[in-house]
Design a protein around this ligand. Structure first.
Ligand SMILES: NC(=O)c1ccc[n+]([C@@H]2O[C@H](COP(=O)([O-])OP(=O)(O)OC[C@H]3O[C@@H](n4cnc5c(N)ncnc54)[C@H](O)[C@@H]3O)[C@@H](O)[C@H]2O)c1
Length: 371
């Protein structure tokens, strides 16, 4: 794939976080100019040093809160991004049950503030009626002449919006529901985006429903660095392997799955990052909104992940089987064919790659960025 014009900025809210930092690498390698907007409420400034080591130059940073519309508007006016990827938000399911207002405030408040700022800059009175970007054809990143595009947004949604799916694999037209405040915020933001796109057809909006992002950049310099006890399987497994935690609790061993443990669709974070680049290119190439699953289409049980990780790391992962966790579903994996058709994207990495890269990151950074 040829390079996009380096003058084309893409603003990444939450770009210092796990998925955002990997996407910043992918954007810059694809020839875009990523700009990170983050307030570091769930990330570490060290990530900027690590990104500089990977990329050979320090990514641009705008430090502040996405919930501050005046700040976001100022950032948009100064950088004139052709597109915005909205990663910023809180993401811990359990915490959202305990502290729902924190989630409604930060996730909904952040999205509303960003949308208002984008509307003011790109569509409002005195707005410039869109960003001028090189003509994108999607496949090659650019062509002759510039073209104005309306406000362009990619949103980090989640497979959690499918609630407890009746069947698998999951296609995008499955009914949506929520089982916790975190999932509820994703659902409401999706609805908000649909309403905005309907009211103002100039918007170009891509909603990406991630399945289970795992792994790390192959350099081992950036990766997932959860604060406190990890909510997700892979960082828990890596922390057991590195000796930070004594054993893994496997919640439920009586599900109707090959070994009784839950099945999930794990996707390498660098594949996910590539999915964002494909989404941005697609939106800049044609005025069409979309909602797509980003997953591999293949599910693995918890015990399959444990075994694959033991193989990749050469370490034993102690675990104990405990009761099911309320709200967990037996099986959840994507039908990713729409993303392939619309974005020309598909996941490439295997579970072995995911485990090897997760281990490289964790073993080189046992305490995460703080170490
Ligand atoms: N990691 C997953 O398993 C997963 C799955 C599905 C969807 N998502 C979604 O993807 C997005 C990114 O997830 P992640 O795993 O990289 O999370 P993360 O916590 O590592 O990154 C989020 C980033 O946003 C920043 N942030 C949060 N609120 C902010 C605010 N008000 N202003 C500025 N910055 C703010 C944080 O400091 C952090 O750097 C989130 O919206 C999350 O809900 C994640």
């Amino acid at each position: 794939m040829s390079q996009a014009q380096p003058s084309v900025s893409i603003l990444c809210t939450g770009g210092a976080g796990y998925i955002g930092s990997h996407t910043v690498v992918a954007l810059q390698e694809a020839g875009f100019r990523p700009v990170i907007l983050d307030n570091f409420r769930n990330s570490n400034r060290v990530v900027l040093d690590r990104l500089e080591r990977i990329l050979g130059s320090r990514p641009l940073l705008e430090e502040g809160d996405v919930g501050d519309a005046a700040f976001v508007e100022d950032v948009l006016r100064r950088h004139r991004p052709a597109g915005v990827i909205h990663f910023a938000g809180d993401k811990a399911v359990g915490e959202s049950v305990a502290q729902p207002l924190k989630y409604f405030e930060n996730n909904l408040g952040g999205a509303i503030s960003l949308l208002k700022a984008m509307e003011a800059v790109y569509l409002g009175a005195g707005g410039d009626k869109g960003a001028l970007v090189p003509r994108f054809r999607g496949d090659d990143g650019g062509g002759a002449g510039d073209v104005a595009v309306g406000p362009t947004l990619v949103f980090s949604s989640s497979a959690t919006v499918y609630g407890d799916p009746a069947t698998v694999p999951i296609t995008e037209d499955f009914p949506r529901s929520h089982t916790n405040p975190y999932g509820h915020t994703k659902l409401v933001i999706e609805d908000m985006l649909q309403a905005v796109a309907k009211a103002q057809p100039a918007w170009r909006i891509g909603i990406l429903r991630y399945f289970n992002p795992v792994g790390a950049h192959p350099s081992g310099l950036i990766g997932e660095d959860p604060s406190g006890i990890p909510n997700n399987l892979m960082p828990y497994v890596t922390q057991v392997a590195v000796g930070m935690r004594p054993y893994l609790n496997v919640f439920g061993s009586d599900y109707p799955t090959p070994d009784g443990t839950g099945v999930r669709d794990y996707i390498h974070v660098t594949d996910l990052a590539a999915g964002h680049v494909a989404a941005v290119r697609t939106l800049l190439a044609r005025p069409e909104n979309f909602t797509v699953n980003l997953g591999t289409g293949r599910g693995y049980t918890v015990l399959e992940v444990v075994r694959a990780f033991e193989q990749a790391s050469g370490r034993k992962v102690a675990y104990q089987l405990v009761d099911r966790r309320p709200g967990d579903v037996a099986q959840c994996y994507a039908d990713p064919s729409l993303a392939k058709r619309l974005l020309g994207w598909e996941a490439k990495h295997t579970l072995q790659d995911m485990c090897a890269d997760a281990w490289r990151w964790q073993s080189a950074n046992p305490q995460g960025y703080a170490g």
